[in-house]
Design a protein around this ligand. Structure first.
Ligand code: CGF
Length: 839
């Protein structure tokens, strides 16, 4: 962003063709050059990683011109910019996506072939940056893709975790976590920018002292200072010249060694500070949908937020935009509450460091932030114990108290004599141990508050944030999530894309509503035949992969019934297991029963400390061990747990699904995005009326969606009247037998203790109402089985699902954000043949 516009020291430097050319010949030459000069290898002695790196650098070279032109244009125009603040960016592998977005996949494929290399193998070689847990982090990554594709000036700000989400292994059916060393082979996509490093203060205390003019001011005297170094990754849009930036902060010590301690002979003490500082960006917290009140986590939050705000101020200074115009220059989107300490941090910067009066600073702050809520689960709403917060951020706590005091005055004014409301809405929870309520802080300090699906937003208004809705109804709005069709269709499902392009052209890649044109072909038997054949080929690939990784044979003509997502009780993977056991029991009772063959595939990670979720993984594997080996089953059912579900794996698995399991308890899943990825690849959903399922069903039509289960209102009502899971268990013999089999030790070598905690949960309070939904789920699954037998009907449903999913492109979501409250315009980037550089 800081290329000088013009100065005498600037010359124009010709960008050599080998770094920009897109022909097969040039690509081959550039590849050989990078292998030699960057990896320092001849082809004869190069490893697969060397080849991957040489190719990655070849592709990166082709991004750089776009990237620098984009930065230069934004800088020259001082363009209004979206700053997307997120503790997670689950980017997935970069190479394939960049090939697609540059439009050179086929050329590179051919170039590699001519060099005797296999592009697919090189793509596999990439260690993916798994800097996120699940939906929230992947959403951030999809949004970056769409922002660039729509030519919207934007910066993603986050943390460059040294260790991303753990790799999952399965040992004896249990999840085992392994450190994710994604950086160990080098990361060709990032560029460090040490010249833009910033310092962040932590801990200590505040003091009131007179400044040089005799005015009393508050000074923060920290006991730790950490340096943040930005690492930039280009984010190229699909077939545009726009390449935006993902800026991730790495923590380092201000001085690597404490020289005083070093001089006095305390070598270990001297490096201690370095270790403490570097710890901040060491590891991603591996929890999704649960808040962990750990000191290091708060340090991570203030660290990246403070670095990012200071970076924005640097950019403004360099572009000569006065600080008063902060809300015109930047809109800061808070991806959940993780970055919400940005609100007191911006206040602190403006008031303490830029001497701005409180009211003016608050005016700027309130107009700069917008907050996305991602969850309705109470345990996921972040709150920080006052003691911990004050110890690490003493000045921020004072600022929050002041914001709260003024806010509660406002509440009093709007709702006089309502003391209970004041207690409920206070930014400080005083009901027991005192906490700072981060979601409330985000609501007060933002001009927009959005949920991520229509139902979710309604439930926020009605329930979780009801008081805030009454206070600020104008702030609330819905932005239904979306996913990028570039990664989750073009890159991951080339067969589907070829078929789509042959019928409706390729406009849909930029305008997903174009998929609607497919409806015209649903009555064409030849097209349906091609569709079916395509699906079979994809399933065969996955079957080969399963065979290779698990040694399990699966039948590609069986229905691929897939549940792939994080493990959480509310997502109810164990309801899926109850269905498997029910089918198994039916076979055991009548081995000749006519059953639609199914392959049940599971993938997903559990938070390392979440015992019940890990026990559900163990249950799946244990049930699989019995079902897959029982001769009575005669291969009609297969249960496969595929370990280490990540973006790469997701891309492989979504296209193969016949049935997508979206079976969370109604009112619990904010949106879901896996549901969209499956349906976009032609899977039919079995789902509850939860999150974005509601809108998917609306779009694809009720007749192309298998609905079951209680609605949110029914869940609330049943809870209120006193839900008794035991009664469902007693009343339904199939349910009783399924649970009894688990409880008896049938799936655990006769050990009734192993799954007892799970059984106790279900029969005890069954918080997520599996038993209440069981019958409806099983009956609906029976209808699914029936429908699959009429494969022609199934194919029609599959085509119509794809044709009607246009709404769920992240391009649509980003357009909604832009038009509704970001108010950011696209900026066209001209590709100049020359770039500027300082002499
Ligand atoms: O965010 C989630 C996901 N688990 O990361 N939330 N959080 N926290 C929600 O649970 C999903 O329903 C949602 O799709 C996703 C992105 O908004």
């Amino acid at each position: 962003q800081t290329l000088p516009n013009s100065s005498e020291t600037v010359t124009e430097v010709r960008v050599e063709d080998d770094r920009t050319g897109l022909s097969v010949e040039t690509l081959k030459r550039a590849f050989a050059d990078n292998l030699f000069y960057i990896q320092g290898k001849f082809p004869q002695i190069a490893s697969k990683n060397d080849f991957y790196m040489a190719l990655a650098y070849t592709v990166r070279d082709r991004l750089l011109r776009r990237w620098l032109n984009t930065a230069e244009t934004y800088s020259r125009n001082a363009s209004r910019t979206v700053a997307y603040l997120s503790a997670e960016f689950l980017m997935g592998p970069q190479l394939g996506n960049n090939l697609i977005n540059l439009g050179i996949y086929d050329q590179v494929n051919q170039a590699m072939q001519e060099l005797g290399l296999d592009l697919r193998e090189l793509l596999e070689e990439e260690e993916e940056p798994g800097l996120g847990n699940g939906g929230l982090g992947r959403l951030a990554a999809c949004y970056l893709d769409s922002l660039a594709t729509l030519e919207i000036p934007s910066l993603g700000y986050g943390i460059r975790y040294e260790f991303g989400i753990f790799d999952q292994d399965i040992k004896d059916g249990w999840q085992v976590e392994i450190t994710d060393k994604w950086l160990s082979a080098g990361n060709p996509w990032e560029l460090p920018r040490p010249e833009w490093s910033v310092e962040v203060k932590l801990g200590g205390h505040t003091e009131k002292r007179a400044d040089e003019h005799g005015n009393f001011k508050i000074y923060w005297v920290p006991n730790q200072v950490v340096k943040g170094i930005p690492y930039d990754t280009p984010i190229l849009g699909y077939k545009t010249n726009t390449a935006n930036t993902l800026r991730l902060w790495k923590a380092e010590a201000v001085e690597s060694f404490d020289f005083y301690a070093f001089d006095s002979g305390d070598y270990l003490g001297a490096v201690h500070q370095k270790t403490v500082s570097e710890n901040i960006s060491k590891v991603l917290y591996p929890n999704d949908n649960s808040a962990q009140g750990k000191e290091l986590r708060l340090a991570q939050q203030i660290f990246f937020v403070s670095c990012s705000l200071k970076d924005m101020m640097r950019i403004m200074e360099q572009q000569k935009v006065p600080l008063e115009q902060f809300p015109e220059k930047f809109v800061i989107q808070l991806n959940d509450t993780h970055p919400s300490v940005a609100i007191p941090e911006l206040m602190r910067l403006l008031v303490d460091e830029y001497d701005m009066p409180w009211e003016k600073a608050w005016g700027i702050t309130k107009q700069s932030f917008a907050y996305t809520n991602h969850t309705l689960l109470p345990e996921a709403l972040e709150r920080w114990p006052i003691g911990l917060f004050g110890k690490m951020l003493p000045r921020h706590l004072e600022i929050i108290y002041e914001i709260n005091k003024r806010f509660l005055d406002e509440v009093r004014m709007k709702f006089p004599d309502d003391t209970d409301r004041l207690r409920r809405m206070s930014l400080i929870d005083e009901s027991g141990e005192r906490y700072v309520r981060m979601a409330f802080l985000a609501c007060v300090g933002s001009y927009s508050i959005n949920g991520v699906a229509a139902l979710h937003t309604e439930l926020l208004k009605k329930d979780v944030l009801h008081d805030f809705y009454e206070m600020y109804p104008e702030k609330f709005n819905n932005k239904t999530n979306g996913v990028t069709p570039r990664r989750f269709m073009v890159l991951s499902n080339p067969r589907l894309c070829r078929l789509l392009n042959s019928k409706i052209g390729d406009e849909w890649i930029k305008n997903l509503y174009e998929l609607k044109k497919l409806e015209a072909f649903v009555e064409d038997p030849e097209f349906r035949r091609q569709w079916r054949e395509m699906k079979l080929e994809i399933k065969q690939d996955v079957a080969d992969y399963i065979k290779k990784t698990t040694d399990i044979d699966v039948n590609v003509n069986s229905m691929f019934d897939i549940q792939a997502k994080r493990f959480h009780e509310y997502k109810r993977q164990h309801l899926n297991v109850l269905h498997i056991i029910t089918l198994y029991n039916r076979i055991k009772a009548n081995p000749d029963i006519d059953i639609t063959p199914r392959t049940f595939l599971f993938g997903g990670k559990a938070a390392p400390g979440y015992y019940i979720a890990k026990l559900i993984i163990k249950l799946i594997n244990s049930v699989g061990d019995i079902v897959n080996r029982d001769p009575d089953v005669r291969d009609r059912l297969k249960v496969v747990f595929l370990k280490d579900f990540n973006v790469k794996f997701a891309q492989r698995i979504y296209p193969s699904a016949d049935l997508s399991e979206q079976i969370s308890t109604a009112g619990k899943e904010a949106s879901g995005t896996g549901n969209m990825k499956f349906a976009l690849n032609g899977a039919i959903t079995i789902g509850t009326l939860d999150g974005a399922n509601v809108e998917i069903r609306e779009e694809v039509g009720a007749e192309n969606f298998f609905l079951f289960g209680l609605t949110t209102e029914e869940v609330y009502a049943l809870k209120k009247e006193g839900y008794q899971p035991w009664e469902y268990y007693q009343k339904d013999p199939e349910l009783k037998l399924a649970i009894d089999r688990i409880a008896s030790g049938f799936f655990s070598h006769g050990d009734p203790k192993l799954f007892k905690p799970l059984v106790d949960h279900l029969l005890g309070n069954d918080q997520y109402m599996l038993l209440a939904d069981y019958r409806s789920y099983i009956d609906t699954q029976d209808r699914v089985s029936e429908a699959y037998r009429d494969i022609d009907r199934w194919v029609r449903m599959s085509i119509l699902n794809v044709a009607r999913m246009g709404k769920f492109s992240s391009d649509r979501s980003i357009r909604d954000y832009c038009e509704d409250f970001w108010k950011v315009q696209p900026v066209n980037i001209e590709l100049k043949e020359y770039v500027q550089a300082t002499a």
